[in-house]
Design a protein around this ligand. Structure first.
Ligand code: 5RP
Length: 292
């Protein structure tokens, strides 16, 4: 255990300095990875902008049929041309997404609870690495519950998925879970995102918070920001803009896209912020125009 006596109290995130080894590759922390990892990360992060719009519709894995996701077979064809990556379960992919599509895939591989449980933090790894290979996915997504009852098993899940993914050059996306007892503070997200990065994930999904730029600076892999509960579109675009200003490399958004009355226009507006440096106002004007 590190000796905590005499520890430096002030922290310095060097917010004015770029991440040190980014030089020859557009994904933070991935410069030293092998060809297969880099190919898959390039399917996720656009090499021009370095950023990504991920569309999360994996909610059914514990929430069942949520509002907006009742008919994946109808929704996904409407959205597929408007996002960079689909984040889904294998059941959703095989049943409702045509295999010929040319976008990235983040495969949800952890599972084990449902809305009927009080404590959602107990999960297992539900997908074999061979099945992920058969589906030709670009990363494996595991939920991690730092500070919750299920912390140990979720870190065990994460480690096993990272080890299996590394054998076949498939990156892992660590998803920071927030539950009723987990605060959405920069202290909590600094702790959780850094633990996931040190475990070996190539991408972290977390939430926007105050001092978000410090969370990003202290995390040596790219952060994509979760949308969370549905907000009015204008607020969701502001959150997306603030996230990108704070150093996020993209959004991994679900409800704020599929619960919008105009999902594809909302996805496009997010894409303008993520890839074309639109301000929140410009993206809102774009969205308002597009839905007329
Ligand atoms: C949490 C997830 C989900 O994919 C994600 O939270 C869903 O997106 P949103 O919160 O934007 O609806 O990773 O388990």
């Amino acid at each position: 255990m590190a000796d905590l006596d005499g520890i430096k109290v002030d922290k310095n995130y060097h917010l004015d300095k770029e991440f040190a080894t980014d030089g020859n590759f557009h994904v933070k922390g991935a410069a030293n990875l092998d060809w297969g990892m880099k190919k898959r990360l390039t399917n996720i992060f656009n090499p021009k902008s370095g950023n990504t719009v991920m569309f999360a519709f994996d909610h059914g894995y514990f929430m069942g049929s949520v509002s907006g996701l009742e008919r994946l077979d109808i929704l996904i064809p409407q959205l597929i041309d408007h996002v960079d990556v689909l984040m889904a379960t294998r059941g959703a992919l095989r049943t409702s997404v045509k295999p010929g599509f040319r976008k990235g895939v983040a495969l949800r591989v952890s599972s084990g609870s449902s809305m009927l449980n009080d404590d959602l933090s107990h999960e297992i790894v539900a997908v074999d690495i061979e099945d992920a290979i058969r589906l030709d996915v670009d990363c494996l997504a595991v939920q991690v519950f730092i500070g919750a009852e299920g912390q140990l098993e979720s870190i065990d899940n994460l480690s096993r998925v990272i080890n299996a993914g590394n054998r076949y050059s498939i990156p892992t996306l660590g998803v920071v879970a927030v539950g009723k007892d987990m605060e959405r503070t920069d202290q909590y997200f600094k702790l959780a995102t850094r633990i996931l990065a040190e475990m070996g994930v190539s991408i972290v999904k977390t939430y926007y918070c105050d001092k978000f730029e410090e969370v990003v600076a202290a995390c040596p892999v790219p952060i994509v920001v979760a949308g969370g509960k549905k907000l009015p579109e204008k607020e969701a675009l502001e959150m997306a803009y603030n996230s990108m200003q704070g150093g996020a490399r993209g959004l991994d958004m679900g409800r704020n896209i599929f619960q919008s009355y105009h999902p594809s226009q909302m996805a496009d507006a997010i894409g303008k912020i993520v890839h074309e440096k639109f301000t929140a106002k410009e993206a809102w004007d774009y969205y308002s125009q597009a839905i007329r």
